[in-house]
Design a protein. Sequence first.
Length: 235
Amino acid sequence: MALQAIITIAPAKLGKKPGISGTLEGSFQTKRGNTDKDEYSAGLRLQYDNNASYLVWSDFIGVYGEANGERNTNKTYAHVRLVHDMIEYINWELFVQSETNEFTSVDKRRLGGGGLRFGYEDKSTGIVYCGIGAFYEYITYSTHIDPTEYNWRVNFYLAYVKEIKDKYKFAYVAYYQPKFGDIDDYITSQGVEFKMKIYEKLSIKLNLYYDYDATPATGREKTDFTQLTSFTYDF
């Protein structure tokens, strides 16, 4: 049910990019012959870092695809997050999110929540973040069978980022989101990202995602695996 952001899975660090910054990302795949296939994705990340106590970032994403003239991918994602410094490597966070996914039968998913983020940084090994918090979600389905959901979920995540000589970046993130009062209803997501700078602000990026929803919409699979290669431009 969760749509992972194609912009980046690496969490933002306070003070790393002071002021306004952002990333444009896009990918496309076209195949003709025995199989006709088109798939397009586009995304935008905007960020403001006051270089003192807080930063705000937002992701806006759309993915669309067709195979043999029939639509097989159609999803959107928007996320806005505020990260505020408490003491060194301890932050509090607030976030809101909206998403749709036609092919998991999610008509609308809206959520809002917050929590704490704990970090550890070592120049040789990279940065590790651990987050804990909660959010409230509202979900409607296009199946007309599944009931509208109003849930509180716990939110745990682990993230790792390693940059090498300002040219390469490796990142990993994992989420575990069980429902309050029903531990059998949970969502897990994992993502791996490798980014390589091609020329100045232009990079190529490979992402792998694995999502698991223990209680998906009627008739939908519990697991989703995605591989995405895209180009990014930082500004």
